[in-house]
Design a protein around this ligand. Structure first.
Ligand SMILES: *Cc1c(COP(=O)(O)O)cnc(C)c1O
Length: 373
């Protein structure tokens, strides 16, 4: 048995003919950058999400930068986000010379806590970036209220949550990434909808932001070779669009496969006292970009044990962002975000992908049982 953290080849192999054919068509057309295939994919993703605009770009990190450029945030403006996530958010804020203000996360669902966001708002605050970590949405209804009360933008980092559904208190349902002013998504190969390389996208219901972001992603160009603003070169290429367009048809199926694996894990792990299974919130579905358990004691030992049995598992994330060397200039110290710090010592993500078999899941469970027996 060869258990993988993510099985990208297995996923491709099932739809190989369809993907190969689409790739050949792009090569035959030799329109490799922009062009019809990219617009076709944007259009299909727009319909899937039920959002007004989808603008593809080079990767999820660029998407964050394009969003911040489009919102016209200026040096010194404050943006509130999470210390317990992938580095991109903080990195882009730093590059843009904006001031990141971190707010601690909920120990159960790993997402930013609206009440703590509220504590950090002052006259310099311009935006909030909730990250829908591991595939489950942050509390968007509370965050939207806070944003409205304080005249702030919300940029959703939906990179790990494409296909996740948000459930409003009145029963309305919306896809993750369609609720804030702008949302950022990544098509990194291991994400819910993964390309065969880098890719990203922005979502918005705001026409003006959409137009600006489309221009920024293409050098700030208006009419051909006339530049209205400083932009970037950040585009999804046609081969990636063709691949993504095929895989988009299977996205809901992929998410169901992840959810079934998660349910299996839940059932089997619920009885192991040393572990907490991922908590679910009432306002969001879970697309299980990651299946992340908490192991308050002996997490590292468990990880080493599983590795010795040939079972991959990963710590996302081993050091919260405020303690990273590159971001010491922000002036945060150990103890500032106790929940993020504790989580980084307790979390463990188990193999999670669309191709996991019952046999694989059983052998992962039995290894975990063996460790705790
Ligand atoms: C993957 C990811 C990003 C960055 O996406 P790239 O396409 O790798 O640049 C940003 N934020 C989060 C939460 C991510 O998981």
């Amino acid at each position: 048995m060869n258990i993988q953290m993510v099985d990208l080849y297995g996923q491709y192999f099932k739809i190989k003919d369809e993907i190969d054919q689409e790739m050949h068509q792009v090569i035959r057309s030799s329109v490799f950058v922009k062009g019809g295939k990219v617009f076709e994919f944007e259009d299909n993703l727009k319909k899937y999400l039920d959002v007004e605009h989808v603008i593809t770009c080079g990767n999820g990190t660029d998407a964050l930068q394009i969003a911040m450029m489009a919102l016209n945030l200026n040096e010194g403006d404050e943006v509130i986000t999470s210390p317990f996530t992938f580095v991109s958010t903080l990195e882009v804020l730093a590059l843009m010379k904006l001031k990141p203000i971190l707010a601690d996360v909920d120990p159960n669902n790993f997402n930013i806590r609206p009440d703590l966001v509220n504590c950090h708002i002052d006259h310099l605050t311009k935006a909030i970036i909730p990250v829908h970590l591991f595939g489950q949405c942050a509390d968007m209804e509370s965050l939207t209220q806070i944003a409205q009360d304080n005249n702030l933008y919300i940029i959703e980092d939906a990179c790990q949550a494409l296909g996740t559904e948000y459930i409003f208190k009145n029963g309305m349902v919306a896809k993750a990434g369609t609720i804030g002013d702008i949302a950022c998504n990544s098509f990194f190969p291991t994400k819910n909808l993964g390309a065969f390389g880098d890719g990203g996208a922005l979502f918005t219901n705001n026409n003006e932001f959409a137009q600006t972001m489309r221009s920024i992603a293409n050098h700030g160009m208006g009419n051909r070779y006339y530049y209205q603003q400083i932009g970037m070169n950040s585009r999804l290429d046609a081969l990636q669009a063709a691949i993504l367009d095929v895989k988009l048809k299977y996205l809901d199926q992929y998410i169901q496969a992840r959810q079934s694996a998660a349910e299996f894990y839940d059932r089997e792990l619920a009885t192991i006292q040393e572990i907490s299974i991922p908590a679910r919130v009432s306002y969001s579905s879970h697309s299980f970009h990651q299946y992340t358990i908490k192991v308050p004691k002996r997490r590292n030992e468990l990880q080493r044990f599983l590795h010795s049995k040939g079972i991959p598992c990963m710590v996302y994330y081993p050091l919260p962002l405020h303690l990273q060397e590159a971001y010491q200039y922000l002036g945060y110290r150990k103890g500032d975000f106790p929940v993020a710090e504790e989580l980084s010592e307790q979390v463990l993500s188990l193999p999670m992908h669309t191709e996991l078999t019952i046999e694989e899941l059983k052998s992962i469970i039995s290894a975990i049982r063996e460790f705790f027996s």
